[in-house]
Write a protein that binds this ligand. Sequence first.
Ligand code: SAH
Length: 493
Amino acid sequence: MSNNKVKVPTVSKNDEVVVDIVGLTHEGEGVGRADGFTLFIQGALPGERVRAKVLKVKKTYGYAKLQELLVKSADRVDAPCPIYKQCGGCQLQHLSYEGQLAWKRQHVVDNLERIGKLRVAGADGEGGLVGGEADAVIVHPTVGMDEPWRYRNKASVPMGMAAVATGGDGDGLFSEERLIGGFYARGSHRIIDMDECMIQHSHNDDIVARVKAIGRELGVSAYNEETGRGLLRHVMTRVGFVSGEAMIVLITNGQHIPQVDSWIKMIREAVPNVKSIVQNVNKRDTNVIFGDETRVLWGSEVIYDELDGIRFAISARSFYQVNPVQTVELYRKAVEYAALTGSERVIDAYCGIGTISLFLARQAGHVYGVEIVPEAIADAERNAKLNGIENASFEAGPAEVVIPRWRKEGIVPAVIVVDPPRKGCDEALLETILAMHPERVVYVSCNPSTLARDLRVLEDGGYRTVEVQPVDMFPHTTHIESVCSLIYKGLSE
Ligand code: SAH
């Protein structure tokens, strides 16, 4: 009989414990055990011994607060950002960049082994082949950035009001409400004013600061989540790293913007590289940033940017990778894994605005892109034209519905590329891939656990996972992107 006795937690709230940290969760918390009981400790790193105070105890695990570092990790660094502890945006700044890259690779390896039941070559962390492992998956060292700061091309900044002291006399202090914008304090919805974010392109910081200053001058109110009143909810800015063009989106709680002409005039004067000023209306009581109604207040509906010589038009609501430098690395790897000779038919599933599709089209016979958001497909078609690319076509719809239909219509791809959202590929799509059995599958993933789950399905259906290349798209955060090459065994062995 199995032993199903309920374990009683061996620690209680407010206990002080000494914990050896053995791992890092996908949220960046240190994991260790006290009396065999699992504790998660924010800020603690693997290899460290810490003194911590238990905050919360659940049935099988708990949370504790770091009190003192008894043994420090050699990979620990001082987080360079002055607001790192308050802000929840980055989770790994206290780990050296080399340490982050190694952890990301190891996290991919762990998922492939545990969830995907795959055999990984040189799982010792060196990434090399160990004797007798010819069939094992190679997981390369993570491709990092030379300069892993200021890499984001897009900022979405929540706006709020805060009382500031304006002076005082003998009778007391005066204060007034002032427009602020920055970030939500870690684990809360309190907005903290911020002038600078170290992972953000300095143009974006600068634009947000100027828009805030203009808002203050015009007496603009910020939306208040509790009362549902006030105008400005978020300011979103996006800047093309190659083109230098900027887009500013004002997300407002209602259609009417008082003094809208002054707004536009002042923004244009303060931000000479702005090419597009857009309003998005969101009146709902929700954490979702964008509402359904988008209109151009001034300038173009899109800004342009370039990745590896291909131009892209990007509209306010389009998905566009936030780290353009690493995106080029990622897409080049995807194209390399597709191993095209110029004549193949290729399917790009979850194609967004057609970025990977157009990279592939330069080396393929024809690329078929599919994506669920119709606006993104309109952008993809426009982007193909913009670059004079005629061997790519796009269709809006769920990949798991459109691709089976393509199969019925007789489209036989040599390669299928997938780049699904965090939840991974739909089962019906995986079944269709197995039924179509293209020579190669290239899997681009932003979530190692669903990647591992889907690779197991493809392996069971006759594919072999050959290589995985993690690419660091989001330095200092726990996000992990990787690209993976699979070949159909029937053809290769
Ligand atoms: N390959 C693109 C986009 C990747 S993001 C790029 O690199 O820019 C994942 C995309 O999948 C999003 O654009 C999302 O809208 C789309 N998507 C989500 N579910 C989908 C589905 N069931 N079928 C097709 N596309 C889907």
